[in-house]
Ligand binder design. Structure first.
Ligand code: KIV
Ligand code: ZN
Length: 386
């Protein structure tokens, strides 16, 4: 089995459908080009049948993106698949992604069909999509809550019908990592010819487990992860691309897996998506939050000044951030004050460190965070005294 995990980005489809306002075609193209630079393997550009605007943006992205496969979503219906085929045929490489729900809850309450009917619809949809391309992905919506025997039957039928990727979504973010990893393991143990397709996962974050579940799945043999920038997506969102990519990179020796992601592009792609989607990133978000490479405790600051890896498991540069940040607060020690003044261009002989540090602590106790301009003012007063 290959050690390469494909990154399938659905920021423009699952992510975009959860935004308060739609993105323009131009904005979607900007994001698609940023994803291409980031090195994602597949860009899910939209759901062409859903609106003329979505059709146009999928077509525009299909025309402009050259170094990633462009994908469109369709229900297991001919008219959806035809819209995908029509929008995507201008692309150098494209994929049609078709899906139908497989859990009892969805099959009975939403589709109101028998399990046999649903298998038949899936098979017909895959065969129809194969008229446009060999690159057909099939998703078993709500796989996380699907009876495992039925899921095995559906995956087998999908591969037999010609799906080259079979996606196992945890649509409502319900499973736990051990449980979800177990589902993938069972599929590998029980589905004949499973090696003929790439097994993909698409995890939602309702219990905050989307990244952990995706990781558990690749540990059991899944080789495609569906994810979004900043984890945006339906409800609590999807598996966050930057988190899963940096887990696979940072823990490469442990996991033995790799991706094509150029991690130095992560920060600017995250900023672009946050701005265009009007979705701020929480400060303590892993990898891309404002605090992800900021140190506040004096002990930590002293540690990273001596050796960066004391408190950093990856470098800020590896995700495209210039350098880490040391917050100057009442927890900061004199070592960091001296270091910051040095960075600001002052020599040790320019000031009395004990006095400046005492004044700094007084100010920090009142103010919380002390900024560079505060520090320079303290230095100015200290110099006036002498
Ligand atoms: O969450 C989900 O099940 C989906 C499918 C369409 C893949 O978004
Ligand atoms: Zn989804």
């Amino acid at each position: 089995m290959s050690n390469q995990v494909k990154i399938f980005d659905t920021t423009l489809r699952d992510g975009e459908q959860a935004l308060p306002a739609s993105l323009t075609v131009k904005e979607k193209l900007q994001i698609a080009l940023a994803l291409e630079r980031l090195g994602v393997d597949i860009i899910e550009a939209g759901f062409p049948v859903s609106s003329p605007g979505d059709f146009d943006s999928v077509q525009r992205i299909a025309r402009e993106v050259k170094n990633a496969t462009v994908c469109g979503l369709s229900r297991a219906l001919e008219k959806d698949i035809d819209a995908c085929g029509e929008a995507l045929r201008v692309a150098d490489q494209f994929r049609i992604h078709t899906f139908i729900a497989t859990s009892d809850i969805h099959v009975n309450a939403k589709l109101r069909k028998s399990q046999d009917d649903v298998v038949e619809m899936a098979v017909a949809a895959i065969k129809h999509a194969r008229r446009y391309t060999d690159d057909v992905e099939f998703s078993c919506e709500d796989a996380g809550r699907t009876n495992i025997d039925y899921l095995c039957r559906m995956v087998e039928a999908a591969i037999h019908a010609g799906a080259s990727t079979v996606n196992i979504p945890d649509t409502v973010g319900y499973t736990t990592p051990t449980e979800f990893g177990g589902i993938i393991q069972t599929l590998f143990n029980r589905v004949p010819n499973i090696d003929k397709a790439t097994i993909s996962v698409h995890c939602h974050n309702d219990l905050g487990l989307a990244v952990a579940n995706s990781l558990a799945a690749v540990e059991q043999g899944a080789r495609q992860i569906e994810c979004t920038i900043n984890g945006i997506g339906e409800r609590a969102g999807n598996c966050s691309l930057e988190e899963i990519a940096m887990i696979l990179q940072t823990r490469q020796q442990l996991l033995g897996l790799s991706t094509n992601i150029h991690s130095q592009e992560i920060s600017r792609t995250s900023k672009l998506v946050s701005q265009l989607c009007n979705m701020p990133v929480q400060a303590n978000k892993a990898i891309v939050g404002a605090n992800a490479f900021s140190h506040s405790s004096g002990i930590h600051q002293d540690g990273v000044l001596k050796a960066q890896n004391t408190y950093e498991i990856m470098t800020p540069e590896s995700v495209g951030i210039n350098k880490n940040h040391l917050n100057l607060t009442s927890r900061s020690g004199r070592h960091v004050i001296k270091h910051r003044l040095n960075e600001l261009g002052y020599q040790d002989s320019d000031y009395d460190l004990d006095e400046v540090y005492a004044a700094f602590l007084q100010l920090a106790d009142k103010k919380g965070q002390v900024f560079d301009y505060d520090l320079e003012a303290l230095l100015f007063f200290n110099q006036q005294k002498h």
